[in-house]
Ligand binder design. Sequence first.
Ligand SMILES: C[S@@+](CC[C@H](N)C(=O)[O-])C[C@H]1O[C@@H](n2cnc3c(N)ncnc32)[C@H](O)[C@@H]1O
Length: 252
Amino acid sequence: MAQGDKKEIISRDQFFEQNRDAARAMGADDALQRDALDVLVQADRHRWIHQTTWFGEPILNLPQDIMAIQDIIWRTRPEYVIEVGVAWGGGMLFEATMLEILGGKKVIGVDIFIPPDLRTRLSQHSLLSQRMELIEGSSTSEETLTHIQNILQGSTNVLVVLDSNHTHEHVLNELRVYAPLVGKGHYLICGDTIIEKLPGQAHGARPWGPGNSPATAAKAFLAENKRFMVDLEIDNRLLYSCHPGGYLLAIA
Ligand SMILES: C[S@@+](CC[C@H](N)C(=O)[O-])C[C@H]1O[C@@H](n2cnc3c(N)ncnc32)[C@H](O)[C@@H]1O
């Protein structure tokens, strides 16, 4: 911290404490939050959320959220990450990079449709390819869940990212069936809660929208499951996020 030509030395802990206080104030700054949401809504018309890539593969997520997931993986060191909804595979590839560096086991990707060229592309990333396993099927089917449990072998050192069909009913179902896989201190990310705040027409012909979204599902889930809470510290510091109120931490 420069003060005139003198430098005030603060500890790393103090640095983080100052950041936490500042993020809390930012989270409570309604005018700034409104402006940020306005930018997100306007930019959504230009496919902003679709512009991010990891090692060449699209991730349908904002860089802010990818940094948040990076921080979660660093802090919680999951053995497994379950990416529910794979799309182009960039999210899986990013998580596999983290596990490869930090010594985790596998990223399990679940999608109702896995085109052959996605399998081919994800198989061309040398060491990272060995860290990824794809399961084709609906995220909530018994077959898919049994397949996942066979891989986990009882481990609850697990991060789950839910990002598939975004209707209230489907996400609530996913939250209920994936929650038991997540141990204390780990995260269940309810993706795309931002849908609740985007104008109805932004969703085109899709069955979800405000009032029928991951945010309404997360609210219903949190009312019935006291083992999880929203990690507001993450929300506070992101400002731009696809998953506000969706970073759910297992506290028991
Ligand atoms: C938003 S994209 C996933 C984006 C990806 N997580 C990322 O970060 O790049 C949603 C994906 O969910 C898949 N999906 C839709 N319904 C599903 C279901 N019932 N079970 C599993 N996957 C589903 C779609 O095929 C699509 O690829």
